[in-house]
Design a protein around this ligand. Structure first.
Ligand SMILES: [Zn+2]
Length: 140
């Protein structure tokens, strides 16, 4: 396959950032052949190799599958440290990295804990505990 035959991604990084800043939905990709869902750009499906992934709106909530505590942050997060840098398995598929300003110690978060995307004026994908949000689907 030549470079001319490679399909263009359904959205650019700039479009992805704009959607995050607008509060979502988080944009991702879905394989039309096997249904594999991913938040990251790939030339082909990581599961079956199919070229040409489709645009897919990712879930806005999920479970923490990994995290670390950042105590030496970048300039934009100087006033937020320490905070958790997390990997989230989103409902419906796709893993994404983000940050949680409310976590101050390694004991302040558990693997498997439910979290929800919340737009922030800071860069990156901010998550908060699902139990801290007023999700009307939970009945108030
Ligand atoms: Zn696939």
């Amino acid at each position: 396959m030549s470079a001319d035959e490679l399909p263009a991604a359904t959205h650019t990084v700039a479009e992805w950032v704009a959607s995050v800043e607008a509060g979502g939905p988080l944009r991702g990709f879905r394989c039309p052949q096997c249904g594999f869902t991913t938040a990251t750009w790939n030339l082909a499906c990581l599961r079956c190799g199919r070229v040409g992934l489709l645009e897919h709106a990712l879930g806005s909530a999920g479970r923490v599958v990994a995290f670390t505590l950042l105590t030496v942050p970048g300039d934009e997060f100087l006033n937020d440290a320490p905070y958790a840098y997390i990997v989230v398995e989103l409902d419906g598929g796709g893993r994404i990295t983000g940050w949680m300003p409310s976590v101050r110690t390694v004991d302040g978060l558990r693997i498997g804990e439910r979290v929800r995307f919340m737009a922030s004026y800071k860069p990156g994908v901010q998550f908060v505990r699902e139990s801290d949000t007023n999700d009307p689907r939970k009945g108030g």
